[in-house]
Ligand binder design. Structure first.
Ligand code: GDP
Length: 445
C-alpha cells in the first residue's frame, strides 16, 4: 500500500532528526521539507500541506527550543499533532443507537465502492449486535440490485429491492418503511452513483434524502482519485448534508492523500476506510490511531475494539479453563476460529504497536491464513476426548498418524501446532490459577 511508503518516509525524516548532531532551525526546515514533499507526492492538497508546515513552525518556538531538554520530542510531537490535524476536522461521526431505527443513506460516484461499503457497514454493525437491513435504491445501474442482493445474502443481512419499480425514491420509502415496521435498528439505503457528477444524480439524492430523512449521510470516495478529490467532495457537500466519509481502496495503489484532503473540503470526519473487496475489509478510522499506525506506532484502540468484537467472554468454558490455568486444544481451536472470523490477519498484525510498515513487509498473511485453515482441519480430525485434553496424549505416535491421515495435514505441521499449544498452555498456567490475573478477570470462574 502506497500509504505505507508515506509513513516510512515521514518516519525516516523523524529518525534522521533523532540522529542529527545539532537541532536548530536548519534541521527543522530539512525535516519539514521531507515531510511536506512526501505528503505532496501522496496527493495531499497543496494548500493543506503549506498550512501544516506553517503550523508546525508556529508550534515549535525556536527560542524556547534552544533551552528545551528534549528538543527532538518537542519537534516530533508538533509534526505528529499537525499530521493528525490534517485528517481530523474536530467533529465526531454520528453513531447509530440500538433500538432507535436509524437510517443511513450512502452517496458517491459510480465505481467508488458504495455498494460494497454498504454491505461492509451492515456487517460491522451486525457484529455489534444490531438488526440491520439493506435497501437498494439504485435503479440507474443495471446489476446494482443483484450485486447488493448477493452481498446481502452472503453476509446474512436482510435486503429490500424491487426489480420492476423504476422510481428510486419510491423504493427507498418502501424499503425503509418495511424495515422500520419490523423494528430494525439500522437501515442502510444505497443510492445510484451514475457515472459522473450529473445534475440528475444530485437531484435524485436530494429527493431520496427528503423522502427518507436519513439520520446520517455517508459519502463514499475512491481513495485512488488523487487531486480530483477536492472538487468532487465539494460538489457532493453542496447537495447533501454529508455526515461522514468512507474512503475506499486504501489497500491497493491508493496514495490516499487526495481523499484525505476531502476532509478539509467537507469538514466531515472520515469514519471508515475500505481496505479490500471482502466484507470484513472496513477499518474504523480515527485520526490519532491512523497517524500512529502510519508511523509504525501501532493502533491500540483498533486492537481493543477488534478484541472486544471477538466476545471472548461469551465462551464461558474457555474463560473458566483459563482462570484455572488450563488451556485445552479446544480452547486453542476456538480462539483461532474467532481470529479467522475477524478478517485478514495482516490487519490485526498492523494494529500491534511496534509493527512498522517495514516489518509488515515480511509478514505473509496468505501463508498464515493457509496454516490456520490446515490447523482447523487437524482439530476436526480429533475426538472430543483429544480436544478437551492438554495435548499430551499425542505423544502416542499412532494417534498423531491417525489425525494426520484424517486431516490430510503433514505430521510436522501437527507437531508444530501441538508445540504452539504447549507454549500457550505454559503462559496460561502462569497467568491463571486462583491467584492469577485471569481468574480475577472472570468472577464466575
Ligand atoms: P459502486 O458503483 O460505487 O457501488 O461501487 P462497487 O461497490 O460496485 O465497487 C466497485 C469496485 O471496487 C468493485 O470491484 C469492488 O469490489 C471494488 N472495491 C470496493 N471497495 C474496495 C476496497 O476497499 N478495496 C478494493 N481493493 N476494492 C474495492
Amino acid at each position: 500500500m502506497v500509504l505505507n511508503e508515506l509513513g516510512a518516509r515521514i518516519n525516516g525524516a523523524l529518525q534522521a532528526l533523532s540522529k542529527a548532531s545539532v537541532i536548530d532551525e536548519k534541521a527543522v526546515d530539512a525535516l519539514l521539507r521531507e515531510v511536506c514533499s512526501a505528503l505532496l507526492e501522496s496527493d495531499v492538497n497543496v494548500m493543506l500541506v503549506q498550512k501544516m508546515r506553517q503550523n508546525v513552525k508556529k508550534r515549535v518556538n525556536m527560542d524556547e527550543l534552544a533551552s528545551s531538554a528534549n528538543k527532538r520530542k518537542v519537534i516530533q510531537n508538533a509534526v505528529f499533532e499537525e499530521l493528525c490535524g490534517l485528517v481530523d476536522p474536530g467533529v465526531q461521526p454520528w453513531k447509530p443507537q440500538k433500538g432507535k431505527q436509524n437510517v443511513i443513506m450512502f452517496v458517491g460516484l459510480q465505481g467508488s465502492g458504495k455498494t460494497t461499503s454498504c454491505t461492509k457497514l451492515a456487517v460491522y454493525y451486525k457484529r455489534k449486535g444490531m438488526k440491520v437491513g439493506l435497501v437498494c435504491a439504485d435503479t440507474f445501474r443495471a446489476g446494482a440490485f443483484d450485486q447488493l442482493k448477493q452481498n446481502a445474502s452472503r453476509a446474512h443481512v436482510p435486503f429490500y429491492g424491487d426489480y420492476s419499480e423504476t422510481d428510486p425514491v419510491q423504493i427507498a420509502i418502501e424499503g425503509v418503511a418495511q424495515f422500520k415496521k419490523s423494528k430494525f435498528d439500522l437501515i442502510i439505503v444505497d443510492t445510484s452513483g451514475r457515472h459522473k457528477q450529473e445534475a440528475e444524480l444530485f437531484a435524485e439524492m436530494e429527493q431520496i434524502a427528503a423522502a427518507v430523512k436519513p439520520n446520517n449521510t455517508i459519502f463514499v470516495m475512491d481513495g485512488t482519485i488523487g487531486q480530483a478529490a477536492d472538487s468532487q467532495a465539494r460538489a457532493f457537500k453542496e447537495s447533501v448534508d454529508i455526515g461522514s466519509i468512507i474512503i475506499t481502496k486504501m489497500d491497493g495503489h491508493a496514495k490516499g492523500g487526495g481523499a484525505i484532503s476531502a476532509v478539509a473540503a467537507t469538514g466531515s470526519p472520515i469514519e471508515f476506510i475500505g481496505t479490500g473487496e471482502h466484507m470484513h475489509d472496513l477499518d474504523k478510522f480515527s485520526a490519532r490511531p491512523f497517524i500512529s499506525k502510519l508511523l509504525g506506532m501501532g493502533d491500540i484502540s483498533g486492537l481493543v475494539e477488534t478484541v472486544q468484537d471477538m466476545h471472548m467472554e461469551k465462551n464461558e468454558d474457555m474463560m473458566k479453563n483459563l482462570a484455572k490455568g488450563v488451556f485445552t486444544l479446544k480452547d486453542m481451536r476456538d480462539q483461532l476460529q474467532t481470529i479467522m472470523n475477524m478478517g485478514p490477519l495482516n490487519k490485526i498484525m498492523g494494529m500491534m504497536p511496534g509493527m512498522s510498515p517495514d516489518m509488515m513487509k515480511g509478514f505473509d498473511a496468505d501463508e498464515s491464513t493457509r496454516r490456520l485453515r490446515s490447523y482447523m482441519c487437524v482439530f476436526d480430525s480429533m475426538t472430543e476426548l483429544e480436544l478437551n485434553s492438554d495435548g499430551k496424549m499425542f505423544e502416542e505416535e499412532s494417534r498423531l498418524r491417525r489425525v494426520a491421515r484424517g486431516s490430510g495435514v503433514r505430521l510436522v505441521e501437527i507437531q508444530a501446532l501441538l508445540y504452539q499449544h504447549k507454549q500457550f498452555g505454559q503462559i496460561v498456567k502462569k497467568m491463571g490459577g486462583p491467584k492469577g490475573m485471569l481468574s480475577k478477570m472472570n468472577p464466575n470462574a
